[in-house]
Design a protein around this ligand. Structure first.
Ligand code: NI
Length: 393
């Protein structure tokens, strides 16, 4: 990371912004103060913007070329429920809310990039997208529905992570996160006395069979070259030790990276539920709800993101992705409509690894410089590459 990054100049301001946001976390679709702070900074930079009010995003516009391409850069604004345990002097002042996913840093680094690009605008349009509700509810769809990204030629986003050190940028082409779906399985048997099982239909035993049987979906039915997960995260049943439960509820998540496997899991879940219901004379209802689609980075934009990454952290800092994460990310919605690339920014200085969403999560703040420099570089690189006359072959 030497020579010093151009973003060094805006680092003190990014620190102030990140810490201010960190202290005042707001949950999905409630990001009013965060939006206010972003708009104040855009005003200070004399960058015009649109804001649709609570529950919407702020989209800043830098227009320097009438005919150049339009490049969107995206940050997310929302925090998570939880109680911060970092002990930082600028820890959350809002009980029950914490910036444990680094979105405070994403906002600060995009504002840093906005300052750098404003000082010397590339010959095109750059949209600074501050979206609500990445953690739940898919705020990306709200931004897309606003029409403010219509006509965008490419979109880029990033996320901090402790998986890599500060100064490392991880990127890959194609599928990089999973499709996520939720399921709920409700078992209805027949309650009864704990001593007289023959008079009852035990929902707890049936739930146990379901839990075991569902493990075979991935291990025995899905082609192992396609990463897939079925996790049951919540089980609820029964009222007392000597009462046979009439009802049981199982809740879980499915992660898949290929649509046919996803379909296979959905059908398998229904089939196993039907089979076990039949076997035990119980009623089993399955409900599935769709989560975020997979993030699929497009080839040309991944190449552009890589060029920008090399310009910022050098060849040695660019980490190729060798397998997709089974996490999910609503950046996927943009990529269904606009070509683009989503990268991960290493944000760990020492050896200590703290996962995202942990109430102890914190970043090495030097990542703000890397993120701002990468956003700036990728916007310039994309304006140049996409502004070239297309070959007619
Ligand atoms: Ni996040």
């Amino acid at each position: 990371m030497e020579p010093p990054l151009r973003s060094e100049a805006v680092f003190p301001r990014m620190l102030e912004l990140r810490r201010a946001i960190h202290q005042q976390p707001e949950l999905a679709f409630e990001e009013v103060e965060t939006a206010r702070l972003i708009m104040a900074e855009l005003d200070r930079l004399a960058i015009p913007y649109d804001y649709g009010g609570k529950g919407h995003g702020v989209v800043g516009r830098l227009e320097a070329g009438k005919f150049g391409p339009t490049i969107a850069l995206r940050a997310d604004m929302d925090a998570l429920p939880g109680t911060e345990t970092t002990g930082l002097p600028f820890a959350s002042k809002v009980p029950g809310k914490v910036h444990a996913c680094g979105h405070d840093a994403h906002v600060a680094m995009l504002l840093g990039a906005a300052a750098l690009l404003k000082a010397d605008p590339p010959p095109g349009r750059v949209l600074f997208v501050f979206q609500p509700a990445e953690e739940r509810g898919g705020g990306a769809r709200v931004v897309l529905a606003s029409g403010l990204l219509d006509g965008a030629d490419a979109i880029f986003g990033s996320h901090v992570t402790h998986h890599y050190r500060t100064g490392e940028i991880m990127l890959g082409e194609g599928v990089i996160t999973a499709q996520s779906d939720r399921f709920e399985i409700r078992v209805t048997g027949k309650g009864g006395h704990g001593a007289r099982p023959h008079e009852a239909i035990d929902a707890v035993v049936i739930a146990g069979l379901l839990i075991t049987a569902l493990q075979t979906l991935v291990s025995r039915q899905i082609n192992p070259v396609h990463p897939t997960v079925v996790t049951i995260g919540r089980v609820q049943a029964g009222t007392a030790a000597n009462v046979i439960a009439e009802e049981a509820l199982l809740e879980g998540t499915i992660r898949s990276t290929w649509a046919p496997c996803r379909e296979q899991v959905h059908q398998g879940l229904q089939r196993i539920a039907r089979g076990i219901a039949e076997l035990h004379g119980a009623r089993i209802e399955v409900s599935l709800s769709e989560g975020y689609p997979p993030v699929i980075n497009t080839a040309r934009e991944t190449r552009i993101a890589g060029q920008a990454a090399r310009a910022v952290v050098g060849e040695a800092g660019v980490v190729p992705m060798d397998y997709p994460s089974l996490g999910s990310e609503d950046f996927a919605y943009y990529l269904e409509r606009i070509p683009g690339c989503y990268v991960r920014l290493g944000a760990r200085s020492g050896e200590q690894y703290i996962p995202l969403h942990s109430p102890a999560f914190d970043i090495d703040e030097a990542v703000l410089k890397v993120g701002a420099a990468w956003f700036e570089a990728v916007a310039r690189e994309a304006v140049r590459e996409l502004g070239r006359p297309r070959s007619t072959s």
